[in-house]
Design a protein around this ligand. Structure first.
Ligand code: ADP
Ligand code: ADP
Length: 222
């Protein structure tokens, strides 16, 4: 399994957000590290087809993901950086709604929701309303919706934003557990979120890749 990002460029007007970004991703966790404005969200938004690229190509197992269209979306899981949760929805209703959007049947949805909720440790909280969830619970249910369809490619944009150290560790453990057979790309500006679970850390700055290295190699450098 392979996701190849080839010579990707994107500008917003005069502002260059990504220039000539190339990456090859195989199963495992990749940390995408860079300061605000580096282009992390833009890269993720292009892979998830929420932003259009100017030039370049992205291929999954040799086939353009843009030509694959719906077929690629079926194997993709995405947790956007900021997502409003309807406070009055219960956890169950939210996941059920997301499952329907992903085209799952009622029966499939029910099975996957129960399993996924266990995995993210929310199986006891599905009847509670999201408005009463803690920050960590909200992040975990967002991860749950991203993995409901058992994606092969999982994109997580700042999955630990705003969380305390204890919850960060919890999310980190959860991600390493679900990452075994997937290509996982995690954007963060917190090195500790990814240094123990990533096989490679990609440093992005001003829309360009500065390096792509194993965490230990990067640690020696810093
Ligand atoms: P990051 O996620 O690393 O913070 P972004 O991908 O959000 O970086 O932003 C990369 C650059 O593109 C920044 O300079 C940002 O201001 C600019 N940018 C992002 N989105 C837009 C947009 N919709 N319109 C104009 N400029 C944008
Ligand atoms: P509807 O789509 O009619 O509103 P629900 O989404 O409430 O129905 O429920 C759909 C199915 O999921 C039903 O079989 C219901 O028993 C089951 N269900 C609803 N909430 C939960 C839950 N928290 N845990 C397990 N099963 C649930």
């Amino acid at each position: 399994m392979k996701l190849e990002i080839q010579n990707l460029s994107k500008s917003y007007g005069e502002k260059k957000a990504l220039s000539h970004v190339s990456l090859t991703l195989t199963p495992g966790v990749y940390g995408l590290l860079g300061p605000n404005g580096a282009g992390k969200s833009t890269l993720m938004n292009i892979i998830t087809d929420n932003v259009r690229l100017d030039s370049g190509e992205i291929c999954f197992n040799g086939e353009s993901i843009f030509k694959m269209g719906k077929r690629f979306r079926k194997i993709l899981g995405y947790m956007p950086q900021q997502q409003e949760l309807y406070p009055s929805f219960t956890g169950w209703r939210f996941l059920n709604y997301m499952a329907a959007l992903k085209g799952m049947t009622k029966e499939q949805a029910k099975q996957e929701i129960l399993q996924t909720a266990k995995l993210v440790n929310l199986d006891g909280d599905l009847n509670r309303r999201l408005g009463g969830y803690s920050g960590g619970m909200k992040q975990r249910i967002l991860i749950a919706q991203a993995i409901l369809n058992r994606p092969q490619v999982l994109i997580l944009d700042e999955p630990t934003a705003g969380l305390d150290p204890k919850e960060r560790i919890r999310i980190r453990n959860l991600i390493s557990k679900i990452a075994l057979d997937k290509i996982v790309l995690i954007a963060t500006h917190v090195v500790s979120d990814i240094e123990y679970i990533a096989k490679e850390i990609i440093l992005l700055k001003k829309g360009e890749i500065l390096s792509q290295k194993e965490p230990s190699a990067l640690a020696e450098e810093l």
